[in-house]
Ligand binder design. Sequence first.
Ligand code: AMP
Ligand code: MG
Length: 496
Amino acid sequence: MKMTGIAFDNTYARDLVGFYVPCQPEPAPDPTLVYFNHELADELALGLDDLEPPALAELFSGNRLPEGATPIAQAYAGHQFGQFSPQLGDGRALLIGEVIDRLNRRRDIAFKGSGKTPFSRRGDGKAAIGPMLREVLIGEAMHALGIPTTRALAVVATGERVYRDRSLPGATLTRIADSHLRVGTFQFFATHGSIEQLTTLAEYTIARHDPELVGAPDRYLNFLQRVAERQAALVAQWMHVGFIHGVMNTDNMSLAGETIDYGPCAFMDAYDPGTVFSSIDDMGRYAYDQQARIARWNLARFAETLLPLLADDEQQAIELATGVIDAFPARYQHHWLEGARAKLGLRGQIDDGERIDTALAQDWLTLLQAKKVDFTLAWRRLADAAAGDEGPLRALFTEHQTLDDWLARWQARCAAEADSPGPRAEHMRRVNPWLIPRNHRVEEALDAATQAGDLAPFEQLLEALRLPFEERPAFARYAEPAPADFTQAFRTFCGT
Ligand code: AMP
Ligand code: MG
């Protein structure tokens, strides 16, 4: 079997010796390819077109690493639910290398579930097929929704059983990321490392994600600002599709501003800002409406790691960092309002627009919450209302007076816009998805794959999620919210 040459350029392994441990994947006894993203492989210019599924399975199980791969387990620390763990690290993941994609971007190729590493602690280093296919579905949905995210390139069933609360088929996922640098990476070296290591890490990260700042005198402060800005924009995007990450620990917050680590995440149906699905999030720390607050908290932990680099005088460093952290809520609010305006079909500015549009958006959400209306469908049907068809929107409500009052305000606001109703509805349909990964559909697809080895439901759902802004009647079953009793009982799980 011929193995093609992936053009690796592994800067992390080369430039950051001492920041990782070299480590080989454990062999998979009987690898079978269950998912391969050809479009993404093409974007990465991997040159794997000639490989048949069995060869891809060998490659992406880690059984036959491509030439030039330098598998490493990265060191990181992290605050998990507010508690600091000084050593986490890749316990079931390996960075196998980096490539330059067709758009000249550096991308990480990493395995998840490929076996034990020096960071595994008591874990087995493995993954079950269900959670790996879940990462494919949610990650690809996020990508199609236009939200920065890591993506799944491949899933290979290993032919081995893994043991959780029961015995499950094992799998390895190949994850593509702008990088795997996290807040926790800096926390590890701020805790255990020398100032030289911290500087090396900061310079590496700046060169990789904010190359315009290389060599600039105030680069560390600007870098902190850029990381904060990316998070503000990202969390605002999550909020506008009803996404709950579920485990926003500092080791799960990417410095590249991508959504990373699809564990207990889920999308909500009926709008309720307090929504929590994660089985271990008893206190609602990572509830839907806490996400901006938690991002800020995580950024404060990140800023602490940078203090020695920000100024020689500690007090001055703290003041500089505090300035960025304190500015975060306003930056988040800016991105949130921009997104809300687009969802409302408002593109122009009016006098006092910030106050008026914020109130309009907030009151709409309050209305959805009070009437327990499906978040995604309500926004989508508001686009129909923009086009003059209020029927589908009204059908989502059992009482219409408050809706009509709000609609009258919204229509008055729309009248101040240059857009006419047709184009407004079109713009709204480009930002208000018809489809999100509905929890009951995701579970149905994963159950079929796990229990019967039947991948058809997974493949159909994935096909639906690839075009979330298009209303395609053939996929109507994926647009429906879950029955209320399903949602009531629905719990998601971490680290499985
Ligand atoms: P996560 O909740 O996926 O962000 O993982 C938190 C930490 O637990 C990371 O250090 C992971 O590498 C580690 N971890 C999660 N699952 C496993 C596993 N099955 N075996 C070993 N380490 C794991
Ligand atoms: Mg993680």
